[in-house]
Design a protein around this ligand. Structure first.
Ligand SMILES: NC(=O)c1ccc[n+]([C@@H]2O[C@H](COP(=O)([O-])OP(=O)(O)OC[C@H]3O[C@@H](n4cnc5c(N)ncnc54)[C@H](OP(=O)(O)O)[C@@H]3O)[C@@H](O)[C@H]2O)c1
Length: 166
């Protein structure tokens, strides 16, 4: 099963200059809870962004990295594929999470079974976007709004899960 997990703002912005433009600690916790123990598929740029933030690949998850470069060396805890097809074959029959970025989401959206979206209820400057989602093809199955009334919520957001309509 292919799951996409993403946080996007009101204009579908997901990144700016190689980074995520906001910090929502509950979103990071949810990301960890959902993806832990499962393979996570990502583009080379997202992988580099994670490694520069964390100093290492995501722990407790096989980091499946796609790059067209044949010079790219795998770090411990990672596997490298030179095509998305091969990466998706590698995770076949597993609960896999596609974790970005924009290029990879675009290529995976039509193949995903579920979307785990954090809707950031604000707008940010960005250079990377999530593709447009056809609302006819996806059914909202879970929704949890986190408005700005709680002192801990600095940026309002909602957690939403969508299932593909067949
Ligand atoms: N808000 C969120 O939830 C979220 C999540 C993840 C990432 N992000 C943000 O998204 C941005 C990065 O996204 P991005 O679109 O620039 O890059 P990306 O999707 O992370 O990575 C793109 C790279 O993946 C490789 N690639 C793409 N398609 C491929 C294919 N079919 N076969 C083999 N390799 C392929 C290429 O690597 P090579 O150039 O090495 O060939 C390409 O340059 C960052 O700002 C990051 O912070 C946001």
């Amino acid at each position: 099963m292919i799951n996409i997990i993403v946080a996007m703002d009101e204009n579908r912005v997901i990144g700016k200059r190689g980074r995520i433009p906001w910090h929502i600690s509950d979103d990071i916790k949810r990301f960890k809870r959902l993806t832990m123990g499962h393979p996570v598929i990502m583009g080379r740029k997202t992988f580099e962004s994670i490694c520069s933030n964390l100093g290492k690949p995501l722990p407790g998850r096989t980091n499946v990295v796609v790059t067209r470069s044949h010079k790219y060396d795998a770090k411990p805890g990672c596997v490298i594929f030179h095509s998305l097809e091969k990466a998706l074959l590698f995770v076949e029959h597993q609960q896999a999470f596609v974790i970005g970025g924009g290029e990879i989401y675009k290529q995976c959206l039509d193949r995903a079974d579920r979307l785990y979206v954090t809707h950031v209820r604000d707008s940010f400057n960005g250079d990377t976007y999530f593709p447009k989602v056809d609302s006819q093809r996806w059914k909202l199955i879970e929704h949890e709004e986190h408005p700005k009334k709680h002192p801990k919520v600095k940026i309002p957001y909602a957690f939403a899960t969508y299932a593909r309509v067949f």
